[in-house]
Write a protein that binds this ligand. Structure first.
Ligand code: IYR
Length: 229
């Protein structure tokens, strides 16, 4: 078939590195990983214990392997460990959260959240060692100021974020996906340009000793999937 855009260079290809697993081994691996993932919980009680930066870097590189639109890799991770920046971030986030809990959020939303026990206080934003602020790059700006479109940005950044959460859990850390709304203050605070849209904050660290989490259940297989076969 003729190539639709022959002026674009074709990528070079290399052989796939993949090793077949016997089906029994595959099944065991799938089940073991399910148990690993069942051990992941969103945590709100963070310890202030330090986490080495290189561990976070490895997890970010794992996230950076995510499949994404046209391989543009439209994510930017701003990793905040500076106590002063964390304090300012907490202050700004709590301004938004106070407005949210004091009337901006419709009652139906507040009712849906009630079982989680959240409120406008976000001490973890100062206490956790790392706040990974994830930005979605809506379009790329070249050195000459030219704009290039990115594709499936939200999907791509969502996938990378899921992989980051998984990598951090696998490494033995806990996370909280936090989304103060609106989040535009993060651009100003962290000096990010207009083509980067705040996606979420991944609070990362160790759990506080004696941390508690809400008792929740996950849907069973027939609640989340159906097979057409
Ligand atoms: N951003 C608020 C509210 C909140 C919203 C959802 I949807 C949650 O799953 C949890 C919290 C807060 O962080 O408190």
């Amino acid at each position: 078939m003729p190539r639709p855009f022959p002026s674009l260079p074709r990528a070079e290809f290399t052989s796939l590195s993949w090793e077949e697993k016997p089906v029994d081994e595959m099944r065991a691996a799938a089940r073991a990983f399910l148990e690993t993932m069942r051990g992941r919980r969103t945590v709100r009680d963070f310890s202030d214990r330090a986490v080495p930066r290189d561990i976070i870097e490895s997890c970010l590189l794992a996230a950076g392997t995510a499949p994404n639109g046209a391989n543009r890799q439209p994510w930017r991770f701003v990793v905040v460990g500076d106590p002063d920046v964390k304090r300012r971030l907490r202050e700004e986030a709590e301004i938004e959260e106070r407005a949210f809990y004091a009337g901006k959020a419709p009652q139906e939303w507040l009712d849906a959240l009630a079982h989680l026990g959240t409120d406008e206080q976000k001490p973890f934003l100062e206490r956790a060692p790392w706040l990974i602020v994830i930005f979605a790059e809506s379009y790329e700006v070249g050195a000459d100021g030219s704009k290039a479109k990115n594709y499936y940005v939200t999907e791509s950044v969502g996938i990378a974020t899921g992989m980051l959460i998984t990598a951090l859990h696998h490494a033995g850390l806990v996370t909280l996906t936090h989304t103060p709304s609106p989040m535009k203050f993060l651009n100003t605070l962290l000096g990010r340009p207009d083509n980067e849209r705040p996606f979420l904050i991944l609070v990362t660290g160790y759990p506080e000793e004696g941390a508690t989490v809400p008792k929740i259940t996950k849907k069973p297989i027939d609640g989340i999937a159906l097979f057409v076969e």
